[in-house]
Design a binder for this molecule. Structure first.
Ligand SMILES: Cc1cc2nc3c(=O)[nH]c(=O)nc-3n(C[C@H](O)[C@H](O)[C@H](O)COP(=O)(O)OP(=O)(O)OC[C@H]3O[C@@H](n4cnc5c(N)ncnc54)[C@H](O)[C@@H]3O)c2cc1C
Length: 481
């Protein structure tokens, strides 16, 4: 039977985009269906990854400029810079990225259909546009890459109050003087440090007793110190009781309690940002009678080839659950294309790094010192503090730490943990060495450009070797390992 397309992709975020690009390289006919009538690129380009990073870059530049040159009138950054300027900076980047994605799709002859996609049967997708007009297309394969949407809290009415979520914060017209953030994940710390860089006084209300539990202990300690220096106050195990405007004091009051205490806290603020969980965009996606296996939260279950419980329907990106990142979605979309057209392809081997785009950045890969100890592996660590890096000196970015975790026995690199400028880029040097089962000797024996932040690897490697030496092993013996 001849179909209109080899694959119809529902959703144009990173998973859908990379599946489309890979499929065209296999000479396949591709249609992307996108519900957003103005933009392609999904959360990646329009509401998440890129806009928040553009905002971060602008805030980081302002912070560097402000701390380097100060202000003769003692003004805060929010009194010198306007949100409008930051948004303009973001808009220019989004415009050029949107154009590029559109051009890439045109150049590779990917068809696009604007409207909400619905799977009618395993070979038919119906697209309904904003004027309620529907068209049906047939296809051999389908990729679901519809992403996720924010979950609204049960006890707070986001619609009727002026509470922001990660979507609406991108439309702020001014830099708030005070901001309460309700949340505890990566994005909470990204936005907390972005706005703190602009002079905003930040309060974080976390409902958990710990945040970012996967971080190396020392990196977390470093982060805690940085938050303190930025005047960012974190209340753990807190539950919000009420959020209400106080017109007399022209502020919003957030009333909350902390676990184990009867005391009621009231935080006065200009703006509240709620960053909760996310739910998969699957509502109304399938005609009744078409069943697909999901987990208890509704995320679509897939096998190692990104195939759903229906033979020719695949799913990739946030809609299949963790790790829920643009980085992972790009890889998953490409692998789904390889699976559906029987092209052999290796899934990523080895550890996957994470990146937190706070100011400064945090990134890590592999075993933490604690985890290695729990597993009974004899490890030694090597540290490089940013204050000892020439590049950090030059850039006035002295807050930071790079920590190597390696096997004492053979110096094999097992983990890298970084907080500091460029951490999310720097991590990939460690990742490459780990992927090749390399040792920390690489950083000692090879020439690394100078001055660079990569110098931290060399300093940390020497620091680590010195620890093994101090533990009683002859230097010559160590370097023969
Ligand atoms: C504030 C923020 C910051 C982030 N920062 C980073 C970061 O720094 N690095 C990183 O790797 N990740 C980051 N992420 C996560 C990243 O944005 C997502 O993981 C990624 O965009 C998911 O890609 P996706 O392809 O699954 O779906 P999405 O990018 O969410 O795209 C899904 C698309 O499907 C469309 N759609 C939904 N339903 C339908 C339908 N029925 N018919 C047609 N179209 C439909 C939607 O309109 C949307 O365009 C961030 C997220 C947020 C919110």
């Amino acid at each position: 039977m001849a179909f209109d397309y080899d694959v119809i992709i529902i959703g144009s975020g990173p998973a859908g985009f990379s599946c489309a690009m890979q499929s065209t390289k296999f000479d396949k006919k591709v249609l992307i269906v996108e519900a957003d009538s103005n933009h392609l690129g999904g959360t990646w380009l329009n509401k998440g990854t890129v806009p928040s990073k553009a905002l971060r870059e602008a805030a980081n530049l302002i912070q560097k400029f402000h701390s380097q040159f100060g202000d003769e009138r003692g003004r805060k950054p929010y009194e010198r810079f306007r949100m409008e300027d930051l948004m303009l900076y973001r808009e220019t980047i989004l415009e050029s990225k949107n154009k590029k994605v559109k051009n890439d799709l045109i150049k590779n002859e990917v068809d696009t259909a604007r409207g909400v996609g619905k799977i009618i049967d395993d070979h038919t997708v119906e697209v309904t546009d904003s004027l309620s007009q529907s068209r049906k297309f047939t296809t051999e394969n389908i990729l679901i890459s519809t992403g996720t949407s924010p979950i609204n809290p049960e006890n707070i009415d986001l619609e009727s109050s002026d509470i922001l979520n990660y979507d609406s914060i991108l439309d702020l017209t001014h830099i708030p003087r005070r901001l309460v953030i309700i949340g505890s994940g990566l994005i909470t710390f990204e936005y907390a440090t972005i706005f703190a860089a602009l002079g905003t006084r930040i309060t974080i209300l976390s409902d958990t007793d710990d945040v970012l539990p996967f971080l190396d202990r020392e990196i977390k300690d470093h982060l805690t110190d940085i938050l303190k220096r930025r005047n960012i106050q974190v209340y753990y195990e807190s539950s919000v009781q009420k959020i209400a405007d106080n017109n007399l004091r022209t502020c919003t009051e957030v009333v909350f309690k902390q676990k184990g205490s009867d005391r009621t806290h009231v935080s006065e603020t200009d703006q509240v940002l709620y960053i909760g969980g996310k739910k998969p965009n699957t509502s109304g996606l399938m005609s009744s009678g078409l069943e697909m296996t999901t987990d208890e939260k509704g995320f679509i279950k897939v096998d190692g080839n990104y195939r759903t419980s229906v033979e020719n329907i695949f799913a990739a990106g946030d809609v299949v659950g963790d790790p829920s990142s643009a980085a992972a979605s790009f890889v998953q979309g490409r692998l789904a294309a390889c699976s559906m057209f029987d092209i052999p392809s290796d899934t990523p081997s080895g550890d996957i790094p994470y990146g937190i785009y706070s100011i400064p950045e945090i990134s890590g890969i592999g075993l933490t010192e604690l985890k290695a100890e729990e597993l009974g592996i004899d490890v030694t660590v090597g540290r490089a503090y940013y204050e000892n890096l020439t590049q950090a000196d030059i850039n006035h970015q002295k807050e930071g730490l790079l920590k190597l975790v390696f096997a004492t026995e053979d110096l094999k690199l097992l983990g890298v943990h970084i907080i500091g400028e460029n951490a999310s880029d720097l991590i990939h040097l460690g990742q490459s060495i780990m992927a090749q089962n390399g040792t920390i000797k690489y950083f000692i024996e090879n020439v690394l450009n100078y001055p660079t932040y990569s110098e931290a690897y060399r300093i940390a490697a020497f620091n680590g070797v010195n620890r093994v030496y101090k533990a009683g092993v002859k230097y010559k013996k160590i370097l023969e390992r």
